[in-house]
Design a protein around this ligand. Structure first.
Ligand SMILES: [Zn+2]
Length: 248
């Protein structure tokens, strides 16, 4: 079975959420477009690695297609507001009170953290985690078996993070690396061993040496007259051997 990953673009279409209280949550300036663009690319990458994927908007809490399904992991993508005076991001697993598979959620979140920050260059700031993340509205809508987590990928309006967040492949690949790691799926295709052309040449020369040794043995078996006449083949064999040894 392919691991099944749900990916939510935070704030997309939230204005029509079935929960009225959520409708004003349109996100930080510039955030929503990053979330959608990176979700779409992350989905493509995960499919190419052998995952099954469902792409959700912010109204997945109202949709049977999401709330009735067991996912192997459900991730919500967000960007942080520019309120810290610097760039940065973090990942958070739910508060255990909102998550019956919290150990699995934490395990997957940690695998993504291990890859995300080093591969994007975004700074990790766990001290920015709030209850809005650990008690995120989706957590109580997902099935009890679904592990989940939220990522603040960076600060949407920070000068440094903005450049990185615009690099869709860099951000999406960094998240995908972490998800692959969590599910023990290789992210980088295994390299096929390259044949060293020198190895083949060495084998050819070894064979030539063996052939020449056999020729010498044959030549030595022949009766020699006294004084022995120079045998041109033997002379040539000795020259050949010397030539090959010089070239080894
Ligand atoms: Zn957000």
């Amino acid at each position: 079975m392919k691991p099944f990953i749900g990916i939510q673009a935070g704030h997309q279409n939230i204005e029509s959420n079935c929960a009225f209280a959520l409708r004003g949550g349109t996100g930080a300036p510039g955030e929503k477009d990053n979330n959608i663009r990176i979700r779409d690319r992350l989905g493509q990458i995960l499919i190419s690695k052998g995952f099954q994927v469902q792409l959700d908007d912010a109204n997945a809490n109202c949709q049977k297609n999401t709330i009735g399904k067991d996912f192997d992991f459900y991730i919500a993508l967000h960007c942080e507001a520019n309120t810290h005076g610097k760039g940065g991001g973090f990942l958070a697993a739910p508060d255990p009170a909102f998550d019956s598979v919290n150990i699995e959620s934490k395990r997957i979140v940690k695998a993504i953290k291990d890859e995300y920050f080093k591969n994007t260059g975004i700074e990790e700031h766990e001290e920015w985690i709030t209850t809005a993340m650990t008690q995120y509205y989706m957590w109580s809508s997902l099935t009890a078996k679904t592990p989940c987590g939220i990522i603040e990928m960076g600060v949407a309006q920070d000068a440094h993070d903005k450049v990185i967040l615009a690099d869709t492949d860099r951000v999406a690949n960094a998240i995908a690396r972490g998800i692959c790691k969590a599910f023990n799926i290789p992210f980088d295709a295994p390299q096929s061993p390259q044949e060293d052309p020198r190895d083949r040449r060495i084998k050819e020369l070894e064979k030539e040496v063996e052939d020449l040794k056999k020729q010498i043995v044959e030549l030595q078996k022949r009766p020699v007259s006294c004084p022995p006449a120079a045998d041109p083949r033997k002379e040539q064999a000795l020259i050949d051997i010397q030539h090959i040894i010089n070239n080894l």
